[in-house]
Design a protein. Structure first.
Length: 116
């Protein structure tokens, strides 16, 4: 099961941002304020640290969590969405009047797997 999935609306926003900026990447730190909101950057504008964890890709864009967030969401699947609003900090989607958000779904173990 994928650790991060994406809505159709978020896919459309990512497509628009790729047309404008080229390759992108996402980071979610879990800190205060915008830290709990996914941040979208041009690839290379944010340098993941040695404790940041690559959890997957959305539309060909790497998605990183801080080590603490990765532990917190260990048994969850993240859903990346986009809606009208003000994106956090320097996140690129704000130029489109959009804001990315992430919600979670708990991963439940079935009788046929050992994953939680």
């Amino acid at each position: 099961m994928e650790k991060i999935i994406v809505t159709d609306k978020a896919k459309e926003v990512i497509r628009q941002l790729k047309e404008r900026y080229g390759e992108l990447m996402f980071y979610m730190s879990g800190g205060c304020c915008e830290g709990s909101q996914p941040m979208c950057y041009e690839k290379g504008d944010y340098k993941p640290g040695s404790r940041d964890v690559l959890i997957g890709e959305v539309e060909g864009c790497e998605f990183y969590l801080s080590e603490e967030q990765n532990q917190y969401y260990e048994h969850s699947q993240l859903l990346l969405d986009a809606a009208p609003g003000m994106g956090g900090g320097f996140s690129l989607e704000s130029v489109l009047g959009m804001a990315f958000s992430a919600t979670t779904n708990a991963l439940i173990a079935s009788d046929n797997t050992r994953e939680v």
